[in-house]
Design a protein. Structure first.
Length: 221
């Protein structure tokens, strides 16, 4: 009997689609949810908080790096054109070198940051925003429904939630996908997963290229 319920929707009908035994330190299993199409690593196989933080300390994100700004522009460009003047935003998972908020501020918007390791100010969740971004963060979430729904509830009516994370397309390609090999990556979204969230929230959804989606909240909240 399968006891690994989906970490996003709670569905108990999941299937182990791949067992990675190539790692020297730990074997990782990957389960696919039949309801929301999320692929996830079981909670028992996640890194400890200390191990996870040590991986992030290896990142070299630099606000002055043109290459990093170009990377973030995949989220910035489609979202900034949707925003009214002087919108207020939140960057969730801003990392060790917060940069995206500077890009939006240079475009005339205000933006706060939050990161569970580098900018852990829980007061940001007591406010509401015109837009929220989370770039290369969603794949790290241990409790994705709680975290994403919390962000959704922080949006003003008509506001935007932008999520940047690579999407899997087929099980066979997933087995060979380098993106899954990062030990801090524990959940993997399919396009259908975002449609599940769209339905759950009653949202509008725009999908861009391989790794960006933008939800819009209804005007009635």
């Amino acid at each position: 009997m399968n006891i690994e319920s989906c970490v996003l929707c709670g569905n108990a009908e999941t299937e182990r689609i791949y067992k990675d035994e190539t790692r020297m330190e730990v074997v990782r299993d990957y389960y696919l949810c039949s309801e929301c199409r999320l692929i996830f690593v079981p909670p028992s196989q996640r890194l400890s908080v200390e191990e996870e933080f040590s991986r992030y300390e290896m990142h070299e994100n630099n606000p002055g790096d043109p290459g990093y700004r170009k990377f973030l522009s995949r989220m910035f460009n489609p979202l900034v054109g949707k925003l009214p003047e002087k919108s207020s935003g939140l960057d969730f998972g801003s990392g060790p070198g917060p940069t995206l908020h500077l890009m939006f501020e240079s475009a005339g918007h205000s933006m706060k940051i939050y990161d569970p390791f580098y900018a852990k100010d829980l007061a940001v969740f007591d406010e509401t925003y015109d837009f929220i971004t989370t770039t290369e963060t969603a794949e790290h979430l241990y409790d994705p429904w709680m975290e994403l729904n919390r962000l959704w509830n922080c949006l003003k009516p008509g506001g935007y939630l932008g999520v940047m994370t690579r999407r899997w397309t087929s099980v066979e390609k997933f087995k060979k996908w380098h993106y899954k090999n990062d030990d801090t990556h524990v959940i993997f979204f399919h396009e259908d997963t975002f449609h599940w969230l769209k339905k759950r929230w009653g949202a509008e959804l725009d999908i861009y290229k391989r790794d960006v989606v933008i939800f819009r909240k209804g005007r009635t909240g």
